[in-house]
Ligand binder design. Structure first.
Ligand code: AMP
Ligand code: ZN
Length: 468
C-alpha cells in the first residue's frame, strides 16, 4: 500500500509504527458556523482512508479535533451577544449531524481544544525550558530559527521566509525576537475567554492545540497526520517544530493533504459569495451524493463543484443503488437453494473486481479508479442475475457489493432493511417480555410497531410481521 507523503513528495510504502495499527490525526474545523463543502472534503476523504485501513484489517485510532476557541468564534459571539462557548457548542452539534448524514464515522476521539489547555500549557513550559520559546509581556513565542528542520514539510527555505516576513513586520508584533517566530500563548483581551498560565491569563495559539491533542490521544509518534493543503504552511510546519522540539522524535511518519474544492471553477470563499454549506446542499441532494461526488476525484487533485457535476454524481450513485435494489428484490423472491456450478464459477471471477479495487486504493487511495471497479462489478451484477438466479449466488454478489461500497462509505441498504432489523429486535424483546409475563410491555411493543405500520401475527411457527 502506497501513500503520497508531503514530506518526501513521493509515494511511499505504508509501514505502520506498530504492526496492525494505524494512529491517525486529522485537523478538524473551527466551529463558528455550519461547515462548508470545502471542509467536508478532508472529512470524506480521510474517513475513506480510515475505512480502507480497516478493510485491510488494521485497527485505526482516528483522532480529529474541534477548534472551539478562536478569533472567529469570539467575534461571532460578540455579534450575537452570547458566550463563545454557546457558539462552539451549537456548531459542534450541527457539524456532527452533517457528518452523520455524509456517513462519516465518528472519530475514536474528538477532542475539544478548550478541554485540553493544561496539556498545552505543559508543552509550552517544556519549550520555554528547552530554549525553544520565550515570554514577552505575557505572550509566548516559538523561536523558529532554533528548530533546525524548520521547512521540511512545506519545503520552504527559512532564509527566503525571512525576506518575505520582513515586509510584514511593519504591521506590528515588533516585540518578537525574529519575524519568523509564532505565537504559542497570547494574553486575553477584554471580554475574551481565558485560562491561567505562568505567563498570563490568556489562550493558546492554534498550532499548539493540535500538537498537544495528537500527543495526548495518539502518542509522541503517529503514523498519519492529515488535513487540507492550506494547512501545510504554517499550521503543520509549526506543529512539527513544536512537537519534535518537545519530544526529540519524528512527530508523524506520513503527511497527507487534500487539494481544494472550488465552486464553478473559482476558489470557494465567503468574500466571493460562492460559498455553500453542507446543510444547504442537503436541501437539494441526499448527502450520499456529495460523498460520492467527492470520491469521484483523486484527493490530491483540485475538484470543481457545480450543480451539473452533482447531478451526474447522483446518476452514478443511482446506478450502484439500483443494482443493489435489484439484487435485494431477487433475493426476496429466490428459492433458498445453493449456487449452481456456473454461478460458483462466476462468484470466483469476482476476485478480479476485488483486485482492481484494491490496486486502485493501494495506489495512494485512488478512489476514482476504485469507483470504476465498483461500476464494473455493477455491470457484472446486472448482466448475470435474473429471477432464476439462486439465493446463494445473489446473496454472494450483494455481500461483495456491500463490502466494496462500504469502504467508500456508500450505503446500499436503505432504511427499510435497517428497519427490518429493528423490527426483529423489537419482536424478540416482546417475546422475552411475554415469557416473563410482562404483558404490559409486550402490548406496548405491539402498539409501537402498529404505529409504525407493522402488523404482528402470532402463528404456530412463531411471530410473523407484515407491513399494513
Ligand atoms: P478550517 O475550519 O478552515 O480550519 O478548515 C478545516 C479543514 O477544512 C482543514 O483541513 C482545511 O484545510 C479544509 N478546507 C477548508 N476549505 C477547503 C476547501 N475549499 N477545499 C478543501 N478543503 C478545505
Ligand atoms: Zn491542526
Amino acid at each position: 500500500m502506497k501513500l503520497y507523503n508531503t514530506v518526501s513528495k513521493k509515494k511511499e510504502e505504508f509501514i505502520p509504527l506498530e504492526e496492525g495499527k494505524v494512529k491517525m490525526y486529522v485537523c478538524g474545523p473551527t466551529v463558528y458556523n455550519y461547515i462548508h463543502i470545502g471542509n467536508a472534503r478532508p472529512m470524506i476523504v480521510f474517513d475513506t482512508v480510515r475505512r480502507y485501513f480497516e478493510y485491510k484489517g488494521y485497527e485505526v485510532n482516528f483522532v480529529s479535533n474541534f477548534t472551539d476557541v478562536d478569533d472567529k468564534i469570539i467575534n461571532k459571539a460578540k455579534e450575537e451577544g452570547v458566550e463563545a462557548s454557546a457558539i462552539s457548542t451549537k456548531f459542534i452539534e450541527e457539524c456532527k449531524k452533517d457528518m452523520e448524514a455524509m456517513n462519516i464515522k465518528p472519530a475514536t476521539k474528538h477532542p475539544l481544544a478548550t478541554e485540553e489547555i493544561p496539556g498545552m500549557v505543559d508543552m509550552i513550559k517544556t519549550l520555554v525550558y528547552k530554549g525553544y520559546a520565550y515570554d514577552k509581556d505575557g505572550t509566548v513565542y516559538y523561536r523558529t530559527r532554533k528548530f533546525k528542520d524548520y521547512g521540511k514539510l512545506s519545503h520552504k527555505n527559512i532564509d527566503d521566509l525571512r525576506t518575505g516576513e520582513r515586509e510584514l513586520k511593519v504591521t506590528g508584533e515588533n516585540e518578537k525576537e525574529d519575524p519568523l517566530d509564532f505565537v504559542l500563548w497570547k494574553p486575553k483581551k477584554e471580554g475574551e475567554p481565558a485560562w491561567e498560565s505562568p505567563w498570563s491569563a490568556g489562550r493558546p495559539g492554534w498550532h499548539i492545540e493540535c500538537s498537544e491533542m495528537a500527543k495526548k490521544y495518539l502518542g509522541e509518534e503517529i503514523d498519519i497526520h492529515a488535513g487540507g493543503e492550506d494547512l501545510i504552511f504554517p499550521h503543520h510546519e509549526n506543529e512539527i517544530a513544536q512537537s519534535e522540539a518537545v519530544t526529540g522524535k519524528t512527530f508523524a511518519k506520513y503527511w497527507l493533504h487534500n487539494a481544494f474544492l472550488n465552486i464553478d471553477n473559482r476558489k470557494m470563499s465567503k468574500s466571493l459569495g460562492n460559498f455553500r454549506t453542507v446543510r444547504q446542499i442537503s436541501e437539494q441532494f441526499d448527502l450520499q451524493v456529495l460523498r460520492f461526488f467527492m470520491l469521484g476525484a483523486h484527493y490530491r487533485s483540485p475538484l470543481n463543484f457545480s450543480a451539473d457535476l452533482m447531478s451526474s454524481a447522483k446518476n452514478g450513485l443511482e446506478r450502484i443503488t439500483n443494482a443493489a435494489d435489484h439484487l435485494k428484490f431477487y433475493i426476496s423472491k429466490a428459492q433458498n437453494v445453493t449456487a449452481t456450478q456456473e454461478e460458483k464459477k462466476k462468484l470466483e471471477e469476482m476476485i478480479m473486481f476485488k483486485a482492481s479495487f484494491e490496486k486502485a486504493m493501494d495506489d495512494d487511495f485512488n478512489t476514482a479508479d476504485a469507483l470504476a471497479a465498483i461500476f464494473d462489478l455493477v455491470r457484472f451484477i446486472n448482466s448475470s442475475t435474473d429471477e432464476n438466479s439462486t439465493k446463494e449466488y445473489l446473496q454472494g454478489l450483494f455481500d461483495f457489493l456491500k463490502e466494496l461500497t462500504g469502504v467508500m462509505g456508500i450505503i446500499v441498504e436503505k432504511e427499510e432493511e435497517i428497519l427490518a432489523a429493528d423490527i426483529e429486535k423489537l419482536i424478540e424483546e416482546r417475546q422475552n417480555a411475554r415469557k416473563e409475563k410482562d404483558f404490559k410491555r409486550a402490548d406496548e411493543i405491539r402498539d409501537e410497531l402498529l404505529a409504525k405500520g407493522i402488523v404482528l401475527e402470532d402463528t404456530r411457527e412463531g411471530v410473523k410481521w407484515k407491513r399494513a
